[in-house]
Every structure is written in C-alpha cells, then in structure tokens.
Design a protein around this ligand. Structure first.
Ligand SMILES: Nc1ncnc2c1ncn2[C@@H]1O[C@H](COP(=O)(O)OP(=O)(O)OP(=O)(O)O)[C@@H](O)[C@H]1O
Ligand SMILES: O=C(O)C1=C[C@@H](O)[C@@H](O)[C@H](O)C1
Ligand SMILES: [Mg+2]
Length: 184
C-alpha cells in the first residue's frame, strides 16, 4: 500500500512504525545494514537519555511523562540520518504524527495472534495488566488506522523471518529512496 505525499525529507532514510512485537527494532537494524546506514531505536534512545528502563519510567513518572520524553527524543531523531525505529505508541502523539507526514514511513503490520505471541512475556508496561492478550488486541485495533494513514509503504511483518521482512522493506522503499521519484 502506498500513500501519496507532497514531499519526503532526505533524512532519515526510513522511519519504522507499527505495534508491539511487529519487529520494528529487529527489522529496523537489518534494514539499516542492508542500506549501509546507521540505526537508532527510539525506545533505546529514551532509555539512554533518561538512564532508566521504560517500565521504570512508566512506573515512576507515569505514561504522560513517558510520552513527553518520547516526543522530544523522536522529534530529535527525525532530524538525523539512518533508519529510525519508533516505539509502538509514538504515532499517537500528535506532534510526532504531524512530523511523520514529511518522512519515508514504513508500517510493519502484524496479525494480532502473531504479534501477541512475539510480545508476550516481555516487560512492556502496557501489557502488564490482568488480560494482556485482550489489551493487545484492543490497542492494535485502536491504532491500526493511524499506522496505516501515516505509511508511505506498508509491509506484512508476519510474512517470513526478520531477514525476509527486511528484504521486503528495502524492496518496498526502492522507489522512494531515489529523490527524483519522491513524488509518485
Ligand atoms: N519476522 C519475524 N519472525 C519471527 N520473529 C520475529 C520477527 N521479527 C521480530 N521477531 C521477534 O519478535 C520479538 C519482538 O520484536 P521487536 O522487539 O523487534 O518488536 P518491536 O516492534 O520493536 O516491539 P516494541 O514496539 O515493543 O518495541 C523479538 O523476540 C524478535 O526477535
Ligand atoms: O505501544 C506502546 O505504547 C509502547 C511500545 C514500546 O515500544 C514502548 O515505547 C512502550 O512500552 C510503549
Ligand atoms: Mg522495539
């Protein structure tokens, strides 16, 4: 799926979005290797800047404080090069969604059963409640249209290994990586 856009900034090469467990961190690193550019994961950058884990930030400061830090970190990362993978909820922050309109955005879509199987048992704070599988499905439903609406290209992250998904991302991005073809 492609979305027409007026103009795409030259940097970063690509910004990966999608729900928890889709593989943004894993596939983003592989895409960067294929393109020969740097990789940065926004969640890891938040942990580095704050000096605490994401569950600690949620527990000690609360979700709004996490989103505030995330907004500042992500808006900064969008001014740099390479491949940037965002946290699963970053697109729900209006300033981030607005900024993404000018970038090459890859939506890694994932079937809820497969995504939950990958994400379960981890320390993701939004899945820490009573019925994490139901919560996973609800949140994915809430966010799907936002992810899809921001996508320059969408790639099925459940179709094959992380390496195969990374190959599919590079193939899907090919036209958009050539500046003259940024206006398909
Ligand atoms: N294509 C794939 N096939 C099988 N397993 C995968 C694939 N891609 C990623 N995984 C595995 O799924 C799990 C979640 O991947 P990853 O942490 O990259 O997701 P994420 O989208 O970054 O999630 P979050 O939004 O929570 O940061 C990891 O254990 C990873 O190894
Ligand atoms: O989906 C979400 O809202 C989140 C996903 C993770 O990447 C982290 O950014 C955090 O756990 C929140
Ligand atoms: Mg991640």
């Amino acid at each position: 799926m492609t979305v027409n856009r007026k103009r795409i900034k030259s940097r970063p090469a690509a910004v990966l979005i999608g729900f928890m467990g889709a593989g943004k961190s894993t596939v983003g690193k592989l895409v960067a290797e294929l393109l020969g550019v740097d990789f940065v994961d926004a969640d890891e950058e938040i942990v580095r800047v704050v000096g605490r884990s994401i569950p600690e930030i949620f527990a000690e400061d609360g979700a709004p404080a996490f989103r505030d830090i995330e907004r500042r970190v992500v808006l900064d990362l969008l001014t740099r090069g390479g491949v940037v993978s965002l946290g699963g909820g970053a697109v729900m922050t209006t300033a981030i969604a607005d900024a993404l309109a000018e970038h090459r955005v890859v939506y890694l879509s994932i079937d809820p059963a497969e995504g939950y199987a990958r994400a379960q048992g981890s320390d993701r704070p939004l899945l820490a409640g009573e019925d994490p599988e139901t919560r996973y499905r609800e949140l994915l439903n809430e966010r799907h249209d936002t992810y899809a609406g921001l996508a320059t290209v969408a790639v099925d992250a459940g179709a094959g290994s992380a390496e195969q998904v990374a190959d599919a991302v590079v193939a899907a991005l090919a036209d958009y990586l050539i500046p003259e073809r940024n206006f398909p």
